[in-house]
Design a protein around this ligand. Structure first.
Ligand code: TXA
Ligand code: MG
Length: 471
């Protein structure tokens, strides 16, 4: 599909709006993140959004309008409390959930009887929405699972060729998505923390609940909360502890792996030069961290680093939104700089057993970080059957590249585990090397599945999984 680029000027915004009215998709800037818009009243147009993003269809979309007066056309009832909130925070980075009217198609609401309404404050967004003359359903304009786009270049990177148009606006001023506030529950409830904080809302509403952010079981109330989000390609960890202990840990890792650290400027002086340092601004300015966060995560992807360390973030005000996004990027992997162990898995070629072990270990949420290497590694990818078998446990080996074991890796790892006795015997005796079975107090070894069919790999992965559970 040809993607037209529209400049931020009146005649271009008119052309872009025309595409929306014709049932096409257009990406537009907002103060939170860029949105991927389509006419919210046209079910076929809305379906194109899900196709372009690769988004699950049970995740509802927010409807964007230019003026509050239009809201009553699409929602059944606007409680007085919502009018007060609207008065104070609209236009702005806030979405309110109301009971919907039948004109909102199921494609927008994902069959819920509610709809999210937002009035953005970004000048270009408002001009564009006015030109559209129809409500515009829009999720963030990223490929599903990637960091949300906060710059025109991010939107182009993810969506060129997949949408009819992209409006070239400024970088998003706020940088994290809107707060999603459910006004249909007895007590207004924040389903997603965002640009307007719970504290700000409490000032006008009194009691406001914040729904648990990282619910693992049960259905979270904002359907979008249950999906993996914002995940950069490198393994991301929240690293807790003092600046000194975090710096020590990052230094140790960056000696043997490619590492990026998202840091506050105040901590820069502690950090090792060996890691790529990406600034989140001052530790006293949540608005800086919010503004930079998604760009920082995309930068990590660009650098191709394998491990990403992010700081612990407070749970107040705008920080809550930053914390929520980072915890999701880290898939809630939290480690303690002072006590976290570093693990090195070793096999022959680093294409089957040790990458499976690394992958499964790193999603097991232990206070540890694992990597893997081979005695004779060629730099190739993981074996397709290894990728498939590990995927059954949720581990992603698609980007794995086999890595030659080095002495540095052995020297800088706390726990060194081989798959077999003979691997172990080929390593210097003075190092504390154990087979993975020995480490958990079992007999036997993990034999090589290489050349076997998928069943052979499955049973190999199952064995490794069991051993890791016992670590
Ligand atoms: O700032 C933003 O909100 C951006 C810009 C483009 O406006 N949009 C955005 O949309 O972040 P999206 O689709 O990426 O996230 C919308 C979130 C999802 O978690 C979704 O499940 C939730 O809002 N949501 C939408 N409609 C809902 C509803 N009726 N009930 C509960 N949650 C809803
Ligand atoms: Mg999104």
């Amino acid at each position: 599909m040809e993607t037209r680029i529209f400049e931020n000027k009146a005649e271009d915004l008119k052309k872009a709006a025309e595409l929306i009215r014709k049932g096409e998709t257009v990406i537009f800037p907002t103060e939170t993140v860029y949105g991927l818009g389509a006419n919210a009243l046209d079910a076929d147009a809305v379906k194109k959004i899900f196709v372009a993003k690769g988004r699950p269809s049970d995740n509802p979309l927010i409807v964007h309008i230019a003026d509050f007066a239009l809201a009553e056309k699409f929602v059944r009832e606007i409680p007085d409390s919502a009018k007060i909130v609207a008065e104070k925070f609209w236009p702005g980075p806030l979405t309110m959930i109301f009971k919907k009217k039948p004109c909102i198609p199921n494609e927008v609401s994902a069959r819920l009887d509610t709809v999210g309404i937002r009035i953005p404050s970004d000048k270009t967004a408002r001009e564009f929405l006015r030109e559209c003359g129809v409500p515009v359903a829009a999720p963030s304009a990223n490929i599903s699972g990637r960091p949300s786009p906060t710059a025109f270049s991010h939107a182009v990177e993810d969506m060129e060729g997949k949408v009819s148009g992209i409006i070239k606006g400024e970088d998003s001023a706020v940088g994290v998505e809107s707060t999603v506030l459910d006004m249909t529950s007895d007590i207004p409830t924040i389903l997603r923390p965002g640009g307007i904080s719970a504290e700000q809302l409490r000032e006008v509403l009194g009691e406001v609940l914040v729904s648990s952010e990282l619910k693992e079981d049960g259905i979270p109330k904002a359907p979008g909360m249950k999906y993996k989000h914002y995940s950069p390609k490198g393994q991301t960890y929240i690293l807790k502890g003092s600046a000194e202990s975090a710096a020590r840990f990052i230094e140790k890792r960056s000696k043997i792996n490619s590492v990026a650290a998202l840091i506050f400027d105040e901590l820069a002086e502690y950090m090792p030069k060996s890691a790529k340092l990406i600034s989140l601004g001052s530790k006293n300015r949540p608005e800086d961290a919010a503004h930079r966060l998604f760009d920082a995560l995309r930068e990590c992807d660009g650098l191709g680093v394998k491990e990403i360390y992010a700081p612990e973030i407070p749970e107040t005000g705008l920080w809550r939104a930053v914390r929520n996004r980072l915890y999701k990027a880290a898939a809630a992997r939290i480690i303690e700089a002072e006590s976290a162990k570093t693990v090195l898995f070793i096999c022959t070629g680093n294409t089957c057993r040790s990458p499976i072990a690394e992958g499964i270990f790193n999603i097991s949420r232990k206070n540890a970080v694992a990597m893997s290497a081979g005695l004779f590694a060629s730099g190739g990818k993981a074996e397709p059957n290894a990728i498939a078998a590990a995927a059954e446990y949720g581990a992603d080996l698609k980007n794995h590249k086999s890595t030659q074991l080095t002495y540095e890796m052995l020297e800088n790892s706390d726990i060194i585990l081989t798959m077999t006795e003979s691997h172990k015997l080929s390593l210097p005796a003075e190092l504390n090397v154990q087979t993975i079975t020995e480490f958990v107090g079992e007999a036997g070894e993990v034999s090589d599945p290489y050349g076997g069919d998928i069943e052979v790999y499955r049973s190999c992965a199952a064995k490794i999984k069991k051993l890791i559970e016992r670590m």
